[in-house]
Design a protein around this ligand. Structure first.
Ligand code: 1CP
Length: 340
């Protein structure tokens, strides 16, 4: 492989410089992506057409020079594979036709298998071939709790009160659903690895709306199961967004790396997550500022994390209206940095 520094850093090995990539790098900030979107009816058609998903995955490698590609897809492939159809509404997000509220609803959905996500398998195979070993390919899935939140709410939410209501009022049922999602996600990620994903990230985007006690009962144990299965195969990055309150428990995950959001202090993360590779955590909004500010904040972050066991990234996905030039400047700043 021509550039494998992300894989080496994720395994905890020393690298000649810090690797860098961004969550949501394959998407709306890029001109080619906007053109691809014009060619399809909707977001799902893009996700389900391997040639287009491949094109969207590789564009940031060419334009931004990132050290990894992340397969163009969505965490909502999993609920759909289990039998819940959704629509992605322009600038409003996903809407599910049916939601899960009762044990009968849980019984009615299936544990997904390869035929339900074959388009992702094909997209990964094609992308590995097209990347031609230039940079590693990242596979991903949502955490079971984050998928549970979409399945019970039927859409995004500020409070996720419908999802949380089930945790408190019917914990057994919640666990039954989480277990079914977990079984599906393990199969899904194993298929991604077999199709060519060389590292996987688990996005727990809504972990931070739980209390430490409920996080450690309803989210972390299921992420742990996925880590146990997948880390036998490839390096695993867990992204417990907003859930650093449970850092001590997160440190016990059987994964290589933890991705941090911008609310986390690097020194504290080093202390509470000993041995883990850390990834993150620049506030994406820094990239709205002028170059001098981006450079200063990026250098500060690099100094604070140090050059070992570290992958530079944002604290969450890049926003669609951030100028591409600033995004590129951030990537270049990391790549040119010489640690003292
Ligand atoms: O083209 C468009 O307008 C659709 C916008 C878009 C894109 C580009 C969506 C809709 N998904 C994606 C791609 C996507 N989603 C990737 C691609 C690869 C990359 O990162 O470059 C990834 C990793 C995701 C993962 C994802 N989807 C997450 C977890 C990461 C995060 O940002 O927290 C979540 C929560 C989703 C759900 C989702 N997908 C899209 C929307 C609008 C939403 C809802 C977000 C919400 O509820 O607020």
């Amino acid at each position: 492989m021509k550039n494998d520094i992300l894989l080496r850093a994720a395994r905890g090995e020393e690298t000649e410089r810090v690797p860098v990539w961004m969550m949501r790098q394959a998407g709306r900030i890029l001109p080619g992506y906007r053109k691809i979107r014009e060619r399809v009816k909707d977001f799902q058609e893009l996700v389900k057409t391997p040639e287009l998903a491949c094109e969207a995955t590789i564009e940031p490698v060419n334009l931004l020079g990132v050290d990894a590609a992340i397969i163009f897809s969505d965490i909502l492939v999993v609920p759909e594979a289990m039998g819940l159809d959704y629509q992605m509404l322009e600038s409003r997000g996903p809407i599910f036709e049916k939601t899960i509220q009762t044990q009968k609803d849980i019984d009615s959905i299936r544990i997904g298998s390869t035929e339900n996500w074959n388009y992702v398998v094909e997209a990964l195979k094609l992308t590995r071939k097209e990347l031609n070993e230039r940079v590693p390919l990242i596979g991903f899935a949502g955490s079971p709790w984050t998928i549970f939140a979409y399945m019970t709410e039927g859409k995004g939410s500020k409070t996720f009160s419908v999802a949380k209501r089930m945790l408190y009022s019917n914990p057994e049922m919640a666990h039954a659903l989480l277990d079914k999602i977990t079984q599906t996600t393990v199969k899904y990620l194993k298929d991604q690895v077999n199709a060519g994903a060389q590292i996987v990230q688990i996005f727990d985007s809504w972990g931070g709306i739980l209390s430490p006690e409920s996080y450690e009962e309803f989210s972390l144990p299921y992420i742990a199961k996925i880590c146990d299965e997948l880390s036998k195969l490839v390096p695993v990055i867990a992204f417990p967004k907003g859930a650093f309150f449970s850092a001590k428990a997160i440190a016990k995950l059987n994964c290589n790396a933890i991705s941090l959001d911008w609310t986390v202090d690097p020194a504290e993360a080093r202390q509470l997550l000993p041995g883990k590779v850390l990834q993150g955590n620049l506030d994406p909004c820094v990239l709205y500022a002028e170059h001098a500010v981006i450079k200063a904040k990026t250098h500060k972050m690099l100094e604070q994390f140090g050059s070992k066991k570290y992958i530079a990234n944002l604290g969450h996905g890049v926003y669609p209206d951030i100028p591409m030039d600033n995004v590129k400047f951030f990537i270049d700043t990391v790549k040119q940095y010489q640690s003292k």
